[in-house]
Design a protein around this ligand. Structure first.
Ligand code: PLP
Length: 327
């Protein structure tokens, strides 16, 4: 078996740092907590999508495309990082966003515009339902569009997280790490981590915190992640295949759904800010950290465990959620 490593363009500043959250650990009387800082991944205020986009943009360039099209919510971190990458690589960028244009563009949306992307508002369609129509129009106008799927989560993007697990290995003796906890939403991060973990023969448990009820998914989210891990494995000539039993996807913290901020997120964001001076985001990492805190309080970890929380970014959205964070 010979694994093929795909090529990429450089968009971020890697490796991202690892910090130890000693004050939060002792406050919770919990396990040791480390944090992998993909919020500091270097491109346009950071985030996990930069890892996927390095591979996706390489593919787009190889295919001779001059335009990228992707989709997300109005405050999508993925869309903001895509817009920044497109600016860096001199490509046009079309963003297909859910919702309606707000009176003032704030947070990620403000940045999308700064990077010169064109926004198409699509109401309830925040997962790229209308991409084919926009692609057809672009082709008719003579552009060569490249479609980056929702969240950058296909086998090309997910490889970014296979690579991320190898990056982690160079930084830290992960044989001591018992758990890795992170926010899971479009699946590419989770799928890439699963594959990276087995290729590196690691024993830590990967706990994805589901942050989206996934109302419009055609297949259950867990099945999608496993299928994506398998497609990613196939794409690099690995014969490893996964089953649903190998997936840990915790759905206890979706609350009132995607982007609806509650006490769980508010508490996690303030505890982390006040004790560690680290900013979490309201939609993803705030919810995932809220889940981790709740699991620690619920006695799901031993004091001797070593937990790595993967900070996947999203900080610019804090400003757009100022009202619900106040509550
Ligand atoms: C997209 C995103 C995630 C989830 O990653 P997926 O690969 O989509 O599952 C987590 N955190 C932040 C801040 C994100 O922007």
């Amino acid at each position: 078996m010979s694994i093929t490593s795909p090529s990429k363009v450089n968009l971020g500043l890697f490796p991202t740092p690892i910090t130890k959250l000693s004050r939060l650990s002792s406050l919770l009387n919990g396990p040791e907590i480390f944090m992998k800082r993909d919020d500091l991944s270097g491109l346009a205020l950071g985030g996990n999508k930069t890892r996927k986009l390095e591979y996706l943009f390489y593919d787009a360039i190889t295919k001779g495309c001059d335009t990228v099209v992707t989709a997300g919510a109005a405050q999508s971190n993925h869309c903001r990082q895509t817009a920044a990458a497109a600016a860096l690589l001199h490509k046009s960028c079309h963003l297909v966003l859910g919702g309606e244009p707000p009176d003032t563009a704030n947070g990620n949306l403000m940045l999308d515009k700064l990077f010169g992307s064109q926004v198409h508002w699509r109401g309830v369609h925040r997962k790229g339902e209308d991409i084919p129509e926009i692609v057809e129009n672009l082709k008719r106008e003579g552009s060569q569009p490249y479609v980056i799927p929702y969240g950058g989560s296909n086998e090309i993007g997910a490889y970014g997280f296979v690579h991320a697990m190898a990056e982690l290995e160079m930084q830290l003796d992960t044989s001591a790490i018992t758990h890795i906890v992170f926010a899971s939403s479009s699946g590419g991060t989770h799928a890439g981590m699963m594959l990276g973990k087995v290729l590196l023969h690691k024993a830590y448990r990967l706990i994805g915190i589901n942050i989206d009820k996934g109302e419009s998914n055609t297949i259950p989210f867990g099945d999608f992640i496993v299928e994506l891990a398998n497609r990613t494995s196939l794409s690099i000539n690995s014969d490893r295949r996964f089953t649903a039993e190998e997936l840990i996807l915790n759905g206890d913290y979706v609350g009132d759904g995607y982007g609806v901020i509650g006490e769980l997120e508010r508490e996690a964001i303030s505890l982390t800010a006040e004790n560690e001076a680290i900013l979490l985001d309201p939609v993803y990492t705030g919810r995932a950290m809220g889940g981790l805190i709740d699991m620690i309080r619920g006695g799901e970890f031993n004091k001797t465990d070593k937990v790595l929380f993967w900070h996947t970014g999203g900080v610019p959205a804090l400003f757009a959620y100022a009202d619900s964070l106040d509550g």
